[in-house]
Write a protein that binds this ligand. Sequence first.
Ligand code: ATP
Ligand code: ATP
Ligand code: MG
Ligand code: MG
Lengths: 226, 226
Amino acid sequence: LCEINNVTKTYGEGAAQVHAVKDVTLTIEAGEFTAFVGPSGSGKTTLLNQVGCLDKPTSGSISIDGVGTSGLGDKALSQVRGDKIGFIFQSYNLIPVLTAAENVELALTLAKESGGRARAVELLNEVGLEGLADRRPNQLSGGQQQRVAVARALVKRPALVIADEPTANLDSASGTQILNLMRELNAKHGVTFLFSTHDPMVMEHARRIVVLRDGEVIEDRAGGEA
Amino acid sequence: LCEINNVTKTYGEGAAQVHAVKDVTLTIEAGEFTAFVGPSGSGKTTLLNQVGCLDKPTSGSISIDGVGTSGLGDKALSQVRGDKIGFIFQSYNLIPVLTAAENVELALTLAKESGGRARAVELLNEVGLEGLADRRPNQLSGGQQQRVAVARALVKRPALVIADEPTANLDSASGTQILNLMRELNAKHGVTFLFSTHDPMVMEHARRIVVLRDGEVIEDRAGGEA
Ligand SMILES: Nc1ncnc2c1ncn2[C@@H]1O[C@H](COP(=O)(O)OP(=O)(O)OP(=O)(O)O)[C@@H](O)[C@H]1O
Ligand SMILES: Nc1ncnc2c1ncn2[C@@H]1O[C@H](COP(=O)(O)OP(=O)(O)OP(=O)(O)O)[C@@H](O)[C@H]1O
Ligand SMILES: [Mg+2]
Ligand SMILES: [Mg+2]
């Protein structure tokens, strides 16, 4: 599903240059349930931003579903992203003036698809937020906002979901609930999941674990569920 | 240090009314190292916002160091807060146009105190962010931003630190590093720490654990370090 070839991402210039991701090569098969782990600052978010078409590598190439993405212009890149990828950001990024349901159904509304409200409410129930569809983000707890972001990523049934620390603000029951939802989508519909996480529970549910340190892959092993 | 008497916080009106905190009474002694735990949405952030003078209870009263805070006007309340309390927010709240060091030393700069830069760099080193003092928040990973927020809360050596999910985005090594820093401040300088957390590691280091569910205290027990 994803070919990541010699991807490097560098920030800044000269002595202050930061090598956030250094020459990473990986293959992601369709249907994977894979956790990226490693110390804070090791490059997990940066690497997933490249794979998720939110950013372009400094060098190297990425292709999603056979489509080379690292050479595309911004408009074409966001088309690929919109069609194929759902993203859960490390800092949620909900729109403050929209309700939970409006945040979730936004992608459908923009695509002029119908049935958005019903689908949003269904997903909000599945992530444990029954009855909270009409709250705004500042009327929700940190963990509740995080779960709205999970529902939003899933609304268009993307082929690939990239989830950056999806359980960081959740108690173990809520974290398990959304992880089980993701495993079900993975098992029944073949949705590919790539996680960035520090949560041992997510690692136990992963079938593959890719370990980063200082921007490099230092280990690629079976996860708890392999 | 803190007297929390029959504190209730309610949002909204009528049928949509949310009882985020329901009639909580607690005493916090100076020098405590206490974790507030409970499911997502159980009221931890809301309760700590009342104690930290960021919000006022709907009913009930709070006093910090003998000063009744729940009846104060906004100006007086922010004076108490500025003098006595350091806050680590669940979503960090760093100022995007300032560097990490400028964010940390801001409170000293506003109080026209000198030595801010040196103190900021010292604290950034203590939370594991050597060399990152001049980066802006969007040039830092999620966990690095969270640690800048920790350093900022400690810069004025407050009597009370309220830390809302301080390790949520940290790997276990970074989380242990900042928790050890906090334990040292607690042991050597008597700084009181109140945590909201889902992290078992923080609970193991706490001497007292207060368990919330649906806005009520359902358990008040010894922590791992009691
Ligand atoms: N402005 C508001 N209007 C209505 N309800 C609110 C508002 N702010 C918070 N709430 C509700 O109050 C309850 C407590 O929220 P709080 O943020 O204190 O939970 P929490 O224990 O910190 O959860 P988490 O672990 O997810 O951070 C939640 O059910 C939340 O939806
Ligand atoms: N715009 C930027 N300029 C300079 N350095 C940057 C920039 N953005 C990120 N970095 C650096 O790149 C490195 C990788 O960051 P990244 O966000 O990928 O880490 P991470 O593994 O997701 O960490 P965490 O677990 O804390 O979320 C970090 O050292 C960070 O400071
Ligand atoms: Mg990250
Ligand atoms: Mg909270």
